[in-house]
Design a protein. Structure first.
Length: 390
């Protein structure tokens, strides 16, 4: 992004629209006078920006506010129904898609079978799901803000490319362009944990948080980071690989091929494998949890939770978030796992950093993951990204 010049009025106007829209999203309803006070913009600038946003349908007048002696103010709010976005979640044998409005409310959902994960088939089925959602909701294409897709692996969100995903078997796949060519609306992709973080920052516990850590536990372990109000992805899109931080030097072999990774000890497949190695007769994770009173199972869950807690303490020591949200299918691991996690976090975090740190465990199903993916498109409405050719 190039530097902004004072005479570049199109950029200044876009920045002002973005600021006003976000004040209304986070603090609204607000009057024009409230917006002038909070933003530091002139009354004329506020009037012009509000008029543009109302023409776009993104802002509407709600009601008359209380009078302080003069004319009662007209209150403004975001019209969340003005646009919608589609979010897509890939699973082993099916694709889940949801339609959400700008407030994150789910307006419809669909699941379609997915025989394999070839990029062409994924793009085709995702396009079909999008068309079905639009038809069912009677929503015209021009009100679709975009499509979001959360993917496991290293994602170059700026180029819309899945750099590599062992789960999908993809390498340098331009999946955003493939889907955009079919549907004709902007398509945004990111790591699925970053999509979770986008949803939490827009609609969830982290709404308005400037420094947020979102951690997922389940088949893998990952982190999505918001630092200074901006998603932190790193140079190559690989930031947040918490599951591949070292938990034990020279330890168990991880799916990535290295030894001692946190995922090799505390992911759900690892916990199940460790229980079997200990002689516990279990078929799946649900079976494992049914045997939580077995001392061997309890010890493995406690150890897994402790290891994740230590990794979280390291993360807290590095970035000092104001909130940690934990999600993923691993939230079902229960009290033994999460009590150990919280205890290890408190014990190993640097002096005072975890004392008043909220740690929220958020149950998320497949549809919620798709809602998180939709947030990748919704966030573009609220978070301005100025292109280099502006």
């Amino acid at each position: 992004m190039r530097s902004l010049r004072g005479n570049d009025q199109s950029v200044v106007r876009a920045l002002n629209k973005n600021a006003v829209l976000n004040f209304l999203h986070h603090e609204g309803p607000l009057s024009r006078a409230n917006l002038k006070e909070r933003s530091g913009l002139s009354g004329a600038a506020i009037s012009a920006v509000v008029a543009e946003l109302m023409d776009d349908g993104l802002v509407e007048e709600q009601e008359i506010g209380p009078s302080t002696g003069g004319r009662p103010p007209v209150m403004l709010r975001v019209n969340y129904a003005a646009r919608a976005a589609v979010g897509i979640k890939l699973m082993e044998r099916e694709l889940a898609a949801v339609l959400v409005d700008l407030g994150g409310r789910v307006r419809g959902g669909v699941r379609l079978p997915l025989a394999e994960h070839t990029p062409e088939l994924v793009a085709r089925v995702a396009s079909q799901a999008t068309e079905q959602l639009l038809a069912a909701s009677n929503l015209p294409h021009d009100r679709l803000a975009g499509i979001g897709m959360g993917l496991p692996g290293v994602i170059d969100s700026a180029r819309g490319v899945c750099v590599r995903s062992a789960y999908l078997g993809w390498q340098d796949v331009p999946i955003a362009a493939l889907l955009e060519a079919r549907v004709g609306v902007p398509t945004f992709i990111d790591n699925d944990v970053n999509a979770f973080a986008a949803a939490e920052r827009l609609f969830g516990h982290g709404k308005g948080a400037a420094h947020l850590a979102v951690v997922t536990v389940g088949r893998g372990i990952g982190a999505g980071l918001v630092l200074g109000g901006v998603a932190h992805r790193g140079r190559d899109g690989g930031a947040g690989e918490l599951g591949h931080t070292v938990s034990e030097v020279g330890g168990r072999v991880c799916e990535c091929g290295k030894r001692g990774c946190l995922e090799a000890y505390a992911s759900e497949p690892a916990l199940l494998a460790r229980a079997k190695e200990a002689g516990v007769r279990v078929k799946d994770v649900q079976d494992l949890l049914m045997n939580v009173h077995d001392e061997r199972v309890a010890a493995i869950l406690h150890d897994g939770g402790t290891r994740v807690g230590v990794a979280l303490a390291n993360l807290v020591n590095l970035v000092n978030p104001e909130l940690v949200v934990i999600g993923g299918e691993g939230v079902r691991l229960g009290d033994v796992f999460f009590e150990a996690l919280r205890a290890a976090l408190r014990e190993h975090a640097f002096d005072g950093l975890a004392r008043h740190l909220p740690v929220v465990v958020e149950p998320w199903g497949d549809d919620a993951w798709a809602r998180g993916a939709a947030s990748l498109a919704v966030s573009r409405v609220f978070d301005l990204e100025v292109s280099s050719d502006v």
